[in-house]
Design a protein around this ligand. Structure first.
Ligand code: ASP
Length: 469
């Protein structure tokens, strides 16, 4: 148990001073619990961070599969190795001066090797890389070397096997990720390897060409490994204490979210809260594997647990508050709209034929509004207006271009009466004019539309009233 929350997959204390692992070990039984631990770039930025990672791994034998990122920033004005690699490749492949950048990348790894006293050498790897850069092996190949080399060092430091992601994470020749084939290859390989480091972020097609996920994609690799080995828990080690209840740029020291469901995470991430790569959620969610966000610099801290279902006693009314600015609301008015069957269908067709997905469609009796990102709307404004006229012959089309959306997320809201009244009261007191309110029918979220200039004030008012200090 951590902070009152049952961590699924956590080794429970039996109350007899020994946990399940210790008992099993005493009885000479091998423990089969498996945790996959993914470490982000700042967690592996230098030798000191490598030491922290080793002590985290060694403190729990269940941490059998480790997925590293490339070395990240060591401080404010430092550069991530991945960024250096992209730059170096551009320089080398265009016939420019690439050597200083190449040397800087090499130094990052050499410093780790020297400080940790590792016996591996990367000389041959760097010679191969230089030829490949000059031979235009591709941007994805170049970027992937950050994780690849870090994986070699980490495997050596931990005494774990190294499994090249190019062997097990599969893409097709066009760079489309192949999830089922990946699962098959990963499973087959890891069945035979008790403890391994598998670098994140990249994989390969059948011809051996390297492809990467989008930036931050080591989170996805970690989730795929967790799925393949049926992990009890997917740990995502990073440099923050967990998900915060609101954006710290707006709320001074917001509270941390101790636990939430996958559904709540999806709502918050969609509204702008970022800690995890969005695509990292699906592989583990389907298998019912929980994700535990942890802080490498404070391994004693409880982090944020993301799971399928919270125990009732762990539910809190408000899980998080997030939002984004710069939306447009396109309102269509037509007399007796409510009695025209298929009106909303035609409305949606008008947006669909312009390849636009929307956020909300609040409606009244004779009006319906579609809310979508302002920039996207303005790019296609003429075409959308034409489609709306053709499909709907509306009496009037009005556009509000000054809308920010604030979403309050919390499954626990269902069981608290008077929550909506609190929204209205606190926003009224803060002098924020509510332009729209949309309470999701599952009551996991409530979205409020306000003017862009009221965005921060609305979040502060809601946080103050719903969460307190
Ligand atoms: N190193 C890659 C990036 O910087 C992938 C990752 O860290 O997850 O985006």
């Amino acid at each position: 148990m951590r902070g009152g929350i049952a961590v699924i997959g956590e080794v429970e204390d039996t109350g007899a001073g020994e946990n399940r692992l210790q008992i099993n070990r005493r009885k000479g039984m091998e423990d089969r619990q498996i945790k996959v631990a993914k470490f982000g770039g700042s967690s592996l930025a230098d030798a000191e961070q490598f030491r922290k990672v080793k002590s985290i791994i060694e403190s729990d034998p269940a941490r059998r599969y480790v997925v590293p990122s490339a070395p990240g920033k060591r401080g404010g004005d430092d550069e991530k190795v991945t960024d250096l690699l992209y730059r170096c490749y551009r320089e080398a492949s265009s016939g420019g001066e690439y050597r200083p950048t190449f040397a800087a990348i090499r130094r990052r790894y050499q410093e780790i090797i020297d400080e940790l006293g590792l016996s591996v050498t990367l000389d041959a790897e760097f010679a191969k890389m230089e030829q490949a850069f000059l031979g235009q092996a591709g941007e994805a190949y170049a970027a992937s070397r950050g994780e690849y080399l870090n994986g070699i060092l980490l495997a050596d430091f931990l005494g774990y096997a190294f499994v090249d992601a190019a062997e097990v994470i599969r893409f097709d020749k066009d760079g489309i990720f192949e999830e089922e084939r990946t699962n098959f290859f990963l499973k087959k390989k890891l069945e035979t390897v008790e403890r391994a480091v598998i670098p994140g972020f990249y994989g390969a097609d059948d011809a051996g060409n390297i492809h990467t996920f989008s930036r931050g994609g080591s989170d996805v690799s970690g989730a795929l490994v967790a799925r393949a080995v049926h992990a009890d828990l997917y740990e995502n080690w990073t440099d923050v204490s967990g998900f915060l209840l609101a954006d710290p740029a707006i709320i001074d020291h917001p509270r941390k979210i101790d636990a939430m469901t996958f559904g709540e995470l999806r709502e918050l991430a969609y509204r702008g809260a970022t800690v995890l790569h969005e695509e990292a959620v699906y592989p583990v969610r389907r298998e019912g594997i929980s994700i535990h966000i942890r802080d490498t610099n404070h391994p004693e801290a409880s982090g944020t647990l993301i799971c399928r279902k919270l125990r009732e006693e762990d539910e809190v009314p408000i899980t998080g508050i997030a939002g984004r600015k710069h939306f447009a609301a396109v309102s269509i008015a037509k007399n007796c709209m409510n009695s025209q069957p298929g009106f909303v269908k035609k409305l949606l067709e008008a947006f669909e034929e312009n390849a636009i997905s929307f956020e909300h469609i609040p409606s009244g009796i004779d009006t319906v509004s579609v809310i979508l990102p302002k920039e996207e709307y303005e790019e296609k404004e003429d075409a959308i207006t034409e489609s709306l006229r053709r499909h709907l012959a509306p009496d009037k089309i009005e556009v509000d271009r000054d809308l920010a959306l604030v979403t309050v997320v919390g499954k626990g809201m269902r069981s608290v009466s008077g929550i909506a009244a609190t929204f209205f009261t606190c926003l009224g007191v803060a002098n924020v004019n509510i332009k729209m309110i949309d309470m999701g029918s599952n009551e996991v979220n409530c979205t409020i539309g306000v003017k862009n200039e009221d965005f921060e004030r609305a979040i502060r008012a809601l946080y103050g009233a719903l969460v307190g200090r």
